[in-house]
Design a protein around this ligand. Structure first.
Ligand code: G3H
Length: 492
C-alpha cells in the first residue's frame, strides 16, 4: 500500500482497489476469484503531485536527469535491470496471477523485456557514438544530438503488462525524459517489486507511479498541459479522448499502439498444415488477447472445408488449464466482461447464418471461453469488423483475392496481415497491395510484434509513431543541432 512519487515511497491510507485473479480458488463451499492483492486508488490530488514531481525533475530540461551524460544514464538503467532480474520470480508469478498468462509465457514476457532493455542500451550507444561526430558543410561545423522531450505519461495494457509498458517507458526514460507511469488495473501489482529499484537507481522525481481509475486521474493530467508526450498501448477511443483534453494538442507528441483487426489470407495454393499451425498460434496465443493476433481469416472457397477440418482438429489438441500447469495453451480470461461479450458475438454470427465449426466451440463460464471457429462469417456480423480480443476465430470464404484486399482497404485498422501461399507469383503480386494497407505483411507465418527490435507501428486507427529499439529512442527524443561557423574569429 505505497506509491512512488518524487523519489519517495509514500504510505497509503486512502481507499484501495482489489485485483482479483481470473483464476478461481475454493473457499469452503464456494469458488471465488483469488485475491491477488490491492493497490492505492490515487485521487486527482496525488496524481497532480506526481506530475509536479516529474515536471520539477525535468526542470525545463535543466534537471539532473535530462542533463546527465548518456553514459551515466545508461549506467543507471543497467543497474535498474540488474535489480529487476533479481525480482524475476515474483514479477513472473504476479503476471501469471494477475492476468492468467501461463507461467511459461510469463517467463517469456519477462525475458524478452530484459533483452529489449539490453538492445536499447546497445542502440543508444550507437546513436551516441554517431552524435559525437562532427559534420562540416559550407563552412559550418555541426554536431547532431538526440535531446529529450519533457514529461512522458506512460500507460500500458493488461495483456503484456511488463513488456508493452517497458518498451515505451525504458526508451523514454533513457533518452532523458521524466516519467509518470500508470499501469493497467490487471497488471499493477507486478510493478510493485520494481518500485524500490526505480527509486534507488534514478534521481528523485524521474520515475513516478500513479494507480487507480484512469478516467478519474488522467483527464486532469492531460488538461494541465504539462504532459509533453502521451504514450499508450490500448484503445484508439481512449487515446483520442485523452489527446483532445490537452490544451495544446498540436504540440503533444503521441506514441500509440492501438486497435487492430489483423487478417490471415489463405490462398488456394497454401500449405494447409502450415497455414493452420500458424493461424492457431496467431489467433489463440494468450487466448487471442494480443493486439497483434490474427482476428479474422479469409480462406479460398475451394479449400475452405479442408482448412476448417484441419483447424478444428488443431484446436482440439490445445490444452486448457491453470496458468501454472506445464504445456498449457488456453487459460482463464482476466476481463470479467469478456466471456459474455464473446458469447454475444457468437450468437450474433449464428443468427445471421454462421455456425460454430468445432466441437465445444464457444462453451463458456465466468472466466473461460473454449475457442470457437465461426463459418461462414460475412460483413453483417459483429465478428467481421469488431476486434474480439479473445478466443474466437471468424472465417470468411472468398473467391477472388480482391475480396480480402478490399476488406483491408475498407478497414479502420492497419496493423498486420498474414498471407499463406506456396505460389511465389501470388505472393509477389500481393506484397505491394498489402504493404500499402498495413504496416507488416507476414508471409507463410503468423502476425506478431516480435522480435521486438523490428519496427512496430500501424496505419489508420492502429498506431501513431513507431516503436522498436532504435525507433523508440527516436520517438522519445528530438534531433537537435549544435552548429558553429568556421572562421578565424570564432575561437570556440
Ligand atoms: O499485444 C501486443 C504484443 O506486443 C504482442 O507481441 O505479437 O510479439 O507476441 P507478440
Amino acid at each position: 500500500k505505497e506509491y512512488l512519487s518524487n523519489g519517495e515511497m509514500k504510505p497509503w491510507t486512502g481507499p484501495c482497489s482489489e485485483v482479483l485473479s481470473p483464476v478461481f480458488v475454493r473457499s469452503g463451499e464456494e469458488l471465488k476469484r483469488k485475491l491477488v492483492g490491492s493497490f492505492p486508488v490515487c485521487t486527482e490530488k496525488e496524481a497532480m503531485e506526481a506530475l509536479d514531481a516529474a515536471v520539477n525533475a525535468y526542470n525545463n530540461g535543466r534537471g539532473e536527469w535530462p542533463t546527465m551524460s548518456v553514459q551515466n544514464r545508461i549506467t543507471c538503467v543497467e543497474q535498474f535491470t540488474r535489480k529487476m532480474v533479481e525480482k524475476k520470480e515474483i514479477v513472473v508469478k504476479l503476471i501469471m496471477w494477475e492476468i492468467g498468462k501461463s507461467y511459461a509465457d510469463s517467463v517469456k514476457e519477462f525475458d524478452r523485456t530484459v533483452e529489449y532493455i539490453h538492445a536499447t542500451i546497445d542502440a543508444l550507444k550507437d546513436i551516441d557514438r554517431d552524435s559525437s561526430r562532427f559534420q562540416i558543410e559550407q563552412g559550418i561545423v555541426a554536431q547532431v544530438r538526440r535531446s529529450p522531450l519533457g514529461v512522458v505519461l506512460c500507460m500500458g495494457p493488461f495483456n503484456y503488462p511488463l513488456n508493452e509498458t517497458f518498451t515505451t517507458l525504458i526508451p523514454a526514460l533513457i533518452m532523458g525524459n521524466t516519467i509518470l507511469f500508470k499501469p493497467p488495473k490487471h497488471g499493477t501489482l507486478l510493478h510493485y517489486p520494481l518500485l524500490e529499484a526505480f527509486r534507488t537507481c534514478f534521481p528523485k522525481g524521474v520515475v513516478n507511479t500513479i494507480y487507480g481509475r484512469g478516467h478519474t486521474i488522467v483527464p486532469g493530467l492531460m488538461q494541465s498541459g504539462k504532459i509533453n508526450v502521451l504514450t499508450l498501448i490500448g484503445s484508439s477511443k481512449v487515446a483520442d479522448e485523452l489527446k483532445k483534453l490537452h490544451p495544446k494538442v498540436n504540440r503533444l507528441r503521441a506514441i500509440l499502439g492501438l486497435d487492430a483487426k489483423n487478417a490471415a489470407i489463405i490462398t488456394k495454393d497454401a500449405d494447409i498444415t502450415l497455414a493452420v499451425e500458424e493461424t492457431v498460434l496467431g489467433a489463440l496465443s494468450f487466448n487471442g488477447q494480443r493486439c497483434t493476433a490474427i482476428k479474422i481469416v479469409f480462406v479460398h472457397r475451394s479449400i475452405a472445408q479442408l482448412f476448417l477440418k484441419t483447424l478444428a482438429e488443431a484446436v482440439e489438441k490445445l490444452k486448457f488449464g491453470m496458468p501454472w500447469e506445464k504445456g498449457v495453451n488456453l487459460t482463464p480470461l482476466p476481463e470479467p466482461h469478456k466471456p459474455a461479450y464473446l458469447k454475444e458475438c457468437i450468437e450474433d454470427a449464428e443468427s445471421k447464418g454462421a455456425k460454430v465449426v468445432n466441437e465445444n466451440g464457444g462453451i463458456a463460464n465466468e472466466s473461460f471461453v473454449y475457442p470457437a471457429i465461426m463459418y461462414p462469417v460475412n460483413s453483417q456480423m459483429k465478428l467481421y469488423r469488431e476486434e474480439q480480443f479473445g478466443p474466437v476465430i471468424p472465417v470468411v470464404p472468398f473467391d477472388d483475392l480482391e475480396e480480402p484486399i478490399q476488406y483491408l482497404i475498407d478497414s479502420t485498422h492497419g496493423q498486420q496481415v498474414s498471407v499463406f501461399s506456396n505460389n511465389p507469383d501470388v505472393i509477389a503480386s500481393l506484397i505491394d497491395p498489402l504493404v500499402n494497407q498495413v504496416s507488416r505483411v507476414n508471409i507463410n507465418c503468423q502476425c506478431q510484434r516480435g522480435p521486438d527490435v523490428f519496427p512496430f507501428t500501424g496505419r489508420k486507427d492502429s498506431a501513431e509513431g513507431t516503436l522498436s529499439v532504435v525507433d523508440a529512442l527516436r520517438s522519445f527524443s528530438i534531433r537537435s543541432l549544435v552548429a558553429a561557423k568556421l572562421n578565424e574569429n570564432n575561437k570556440a
